[in-house]
Write a protein that binds this ligand. Structure first.
Ligand SMILES: Nc1ncnc2c1ncn2[C@@H]1O[C@H](COP(=O)(O)OP(=O)(O)OP(=O)(O)O)[C@@H](O)[C@H]1O
Length: 633
């Protein structure tokens, strides 16, 4: 059988290369600067073993120049240059990367800084140019060559004058295209002649190229001893070169960390803390992570977008890589830089999610450890963090059927009945008195509201601490956790609290039996509003209280019923009206049961409404409630 080669229609391929690979035209500058940086790296590498290069690291630079009249942008480097053959091979052949070849030939380690690998980036220049001219003098050569192309039709090559080693690429920008009547389809290429636009593109994509990227910028200043202004030209280095995260931690001041955060993450206040990580395990990456000191205004809304910036070898790949952060740590800001990423050809995406997942897992651990350290060593700071983002951690526990509870449960804090301070679950369990085997909590609108609930009295009298759940998600979250350190959570608003002694229970049962008819009559009067009416062993000063039975508590039902889309299908907690047998009202009810059943009805309804009000719930018929009170008065 005959072996055949695949054929490629090179014009079509080139057209696809130019118009289909990249989403944003502006990245052409990133690609050409990366090529210039690679060329310099190659010559620098040579200079380490070859004295004839005659250059120091500080001599290398990339220059950008704009000529508005000629509509050209020129990118010049004093790197290794290209020979005639190399120009033909690398610029005349799609997907032929001289940089990849160089890495292979020189056995460069994986962590070298050379960026190019696919052999396509150069062609992005044609997204914005009608003609591209490359003049180059290769190191060690006497003759320079010029390569010129207008895109798909091919290229020309010739000798040219060039005295210095390196490459100069001139882009003749395309003409602007006016938008149609609806404002669609317009293209503005002139923006790439604007010095500030170029400056911002360099800052955005190429800030950490390790050689200076310089440009003459026209600025304006006040003339000395005059109110007039004059223009002057200043050669400005546009990039910061050394990424902050590549510096040694002990060389970076708090101030530097903070101003980097404010600059990059668009916050006007200092962050609460930073994490500077260098990971050298199976996957190598650097990360600079921050926790803001306040909740962003849109944080708990759909508009908030989580994510970290992602760099590959100091070149920006993605502005917001969502996959690097789990939702429960979505408040974290910052960046990750890795040499180990498999990029796709446009450098806009990653090839293998596995690497990203590995980095994300490691980052998750870092954040958790940092928060735990803060909780232990700087409680005040942690509580500040918790005020801002604690709610998100609770959502995290509730999410995914409680899958993340082990990771997050020790980061939770709740206000407590003990001293009004926030307490962690571990602290709660560690200080539980002997005999207590459950974690008690009470859910309600506010701490003040919960503290006034009659049901809390008995638990406090026992010397047990109560966690106050004031946020809607609290009770849902702990239901997902089921328990903590083998201790069950127990709502003090549950009707089966079971805190009485055997003797007390017996006494209550007897009384319950003898009050059966009255309790039955009260239940009947309430017309199905409560599932049960019973005598209570836990009430002290209050005549009645409302508690619930079963999985769904009253607070949970309230939350679920407030959700959009639940109209017309309200959930109902199984409620129990508890009556205090030690209160004078009990005696009165017993009397009425045998005497005036109409009055008993009224009293039952009144007591139920009172119980609702104490529980922080609205009475169903306020007018009827008010009329009944007036009748009594
Ligand atoms: N300024 C330059 N100086 C020297 N050689 C260059 C220059 N620009 C491009 N080259 C050569 O042309 C080759 C092709 O460049 P191109 O940008 O298309 O791909 P690449 O940089 O190798 O890979 P990638 O597509 O990943 O960026 C480079 O590998 C390099 O050998």
């Amino acid at each position: 059988m005959e072996q055949k080669q695949f054929q490629a229609e090179s014009k079509k391929l080139m057209d696809m290369m130019i118009h289909s690979i990249y989403t944003h035209k502006e990245i052409f500058l990133r690609e050409l600067i990366s090529n210039a940086s690679d060329a310099i790296d190659k010559l620098y590498f040579k200079s380490l073993t070859d004295d004839s290069v005659g250059m120091n690291k500080s001599d290398f630079k990339i220059t950008l120049a704009v000529d508005k009249d000629a509509r050209t942008l020129t990118i010049t480097d004093n790197g290794i240059g290209m020979t005639k053959a190399e120009m033909e091979e690398h610029l005349g052949t799609i997907a032929n990367s001289g940089s990849l070849q160089f890495k292979k030939e020189n056995n460069l380690a994986e962590d070298n800084q050379i960026i190019g690998q696919f052999g396509v980036g150069f062609y992005s220049a044609f997204m914005v140019s009608k003609r591209v001219t490359v003049k180059s003098l290769a190191f060690g050569e006497k003759q320079a060559y010029v390569w010129q192309s207008e895109g798909v039709e091919g290229y020309t090559m010739d000798t040219c004058e060039k005295d210095t080693v390196g490459t100069e690429i001139t882009l003749e920008l395309l003409d602007d295209v006016a938008a149609d009547a609806e404002g669609n389809g317009g293209e503005n290429y002139s923006e790439f002649l604007d010095q500030y636009r170029i400056q911002s593109l360099v800052k955005r994509y190429s800030d950490y190229i390790r050689f200076p990227i310089c440009m003459d910028m026209t600025k304006s200043r006040k003339k000395e001893d005059s109110d007039e202004y004059e223009e002057y030209v200043e050669n400005v280095t546009l990039n910061s070169m050394v990424p902050l995260w590549h510096k040694n931690k002990n060389e970076i001041s708090e101030e530097e960390y903070n101003s980097f955060y404010k600059d990059k993450c668009g916050d006007y206040t200092d962050p609460l803390c930073h994490m500077h990580v260098r990971n050298e395990g199976t996957i190598t990456y650097d990360a600079l992570l921050y926790i803001p000191s306040h909740t962003p205004f849109n944080y708990y809304s759909k508009d908030y977008e989580k994510g970290l910036q992602l760099y590959a070898n100091g070149v920006l790949i993605m502005d917001r890589c969502e996959d690097l952060l789990p939702d429960y740590f979505s408040f974290v800001k910052g960046l990750v830089d890795s040499e180990d990423l498999s990029l796709n050809i446009s450098r806009e995406m990653l090839q293998h999610d596995a690497q990203l997942r590995q980095i994300a897992r490691s980052i998750e651990r870092t954040i958790k450890n940092e928060l735990q350290r803060m909780m232990k060593n700087d409680r005040e700071k942690y509580e500040k963090f918790y005020q801002a983002f604690g709610l998100q951690l609770k959502y995290g526990i509730y999410q995914d059927y409680g899958m993340h509870k082990d990771l997050l449960q020790d980061l939770l804090l709740f206000p407590s009945s003990k001293d009004g301070k926030l307490v962690s679950l571990k602290e709660y369990v560690d200080r539980m008195p002997e005999g207590q085997d459950k974690i008690y909590y009470a859910a309600g609108e506010s701490i003040a509201r919960i503290e006034s609930l009659p049901q809390t009295e008995q638990v406090k009298d026992k010397g047990y601490e109560i966690l106050y759940f004031t946020e809607n998600v609290d009770e849902f979250a702990i239901r997902m956790m089921q328990g903590y350190q083998e201790k069950q959570f127990q709502s003090v608003l549950d009707s089966n609290l079971d805190l009485e002694s055997e003797e007390e229970k017996k006494e209550l049962e007897e009384k319950q039996e003898s009050s059966k008819d009255m309790l039955e009559a009260v239940k009947k009067a309430l017309e199905g509003k409560v599932g049960n009416v019973k005598l209570s062993g836990r009430l002290k000063s209050h005549p009645v209280c409302l508690s619930s039975e079963g999985e769904l508590s009253m607070e949970m039902a309230k939350t679920l019923n407030a959700m959009p889309g639940t109209e017309g299908q309200k959930l109902q907690a199984q409620t129990v009206l508890e009556i205090n047998p030690e209160h004078p009202i009990y005696q009165r009810l017993m009397e009425l049961q045998t005497g005036d059943s109409a009055k008993l009805d009224d009293y039952a309804k009144l007591l139920y409404d009172q119980a609702l009000l104490i529980a922080g719930m609205p009475v169903e018929d306020p007018v009827a409630f008010s009329n009944r009170i007036c009748d009594l008065m």
